[in-house]
Design a protein around this ligand. Sequence first.
Ligand SMILES: *[C@@H]1O[C@H](CO)[C@@H](O)[C@H](O)[C@H]1NC(C)=O
Length: 379
Amino acid sequence: MAAKMSKKISAASARSHTRKTKQKTSISLLSGMFGKIVAVFFVGFLAYAYRAIQPPPPKICGTPDGPPVTAPRIKLSDGRYLAYKEHGVSRDEAKHKIVFIHGYDSNRHDAVVATGLSPEVVESLGVYIVSIDRPGYGESDPNPKRTVKSLAFDVQELADQLGLGSKFYVIGFSMGGQAVWTLLKYIPHRLAGAALLAPVTNYWWPNFPANLSKEAFSHQLPQDRWNLRVAHYLPWLTCWWNTQKFFPACSAAAYNPGALSSQDLELMPTYRARTDLYAQVRQQGQHESLHRDLMIGFGTWEFDPMDLENPFPNKEGSVHLWQGDEDKLVPVTLQRYIAQRQPWIQYHEIPGAGHMFPVLDGMADKIVKSLLIGEKNVS
Ligand SMILES: *[C@@H]1O[C@H](CO)[C@@H](O)[C@H](O)[C@H]1NC(C)=O
């Protein structure tokens, strides 16, 4: 009886054990499947996210899928082509040779100083200007290996191939003005003089007092602050950030009126009207032009312009910095600080001016004359 009972019990317990095992198995089977589904979704999401943040390849000028080459170009030592445009008197007649470097979202046609210069100044001073397409813009090949430094050597190679001589002048506007700092750093011995027009400041240059750059940064539009933070801290996300539709991206690219001073709003139609050749600006894609600019300009620099030495200790040339005091894109407070730290820079602050002041009537003449012949009575 006892044996029977125990058999029964064991049979029952065995059955219940089996049931439990079945339940457990189906639960673990379910959770196993759920886990797998989650894992598959997660991997899928990662793959999607990875693809989403990959910039599309550029459409390189002169390749079968790319835009045609229409500009004169030089071949650089690493095989890239650099496009340029010549203005003013011919190279042979020139008494003063200037290289012009354009800003963000622009190209060689938009050489604000060259296009605004009066024929009298061009003739009397024998001014020759060559404007370039910075790498990735217009018809210049992209430079995925671009650094803060590389543009200085691109410009030097251009000057040598065009035979501009041992020294030449350089003028840069906005992000092109920022690039002029790199020429002053790496090839100062090749420069006869330099003018920086509303050069873009980098909030992370270490010599800015933290409270000053913080205060200046806080005056930027919220979307610009986020865009610059992404470019500085997460440069690999820059392309996605600037092309996604969830958050507004960079106001300079979107021509957001909120980022323009009242004078800039007035000048904007003039500025845009001159840009019938603008279609070329981004024709090779936005990543190697616009996004690369942000990643370099607001990235971590190899040097700080406030540490530069005076390139002309014997006054054999001059460096000029021009800035509007109502510029909403480049904070005047930071520019003043740079000018104060670097007394060898001739600082011209233009009252009431925004970021676009180089297109004001007569401004190109002032800028060029002060650079070439040191004319006083400017601004
Ligand atoms: C930053 O701090 C310095 C020294 O403490 C002070 O003189 C200056 O006014 C401050 N600047 C700003 C913008 O707060």
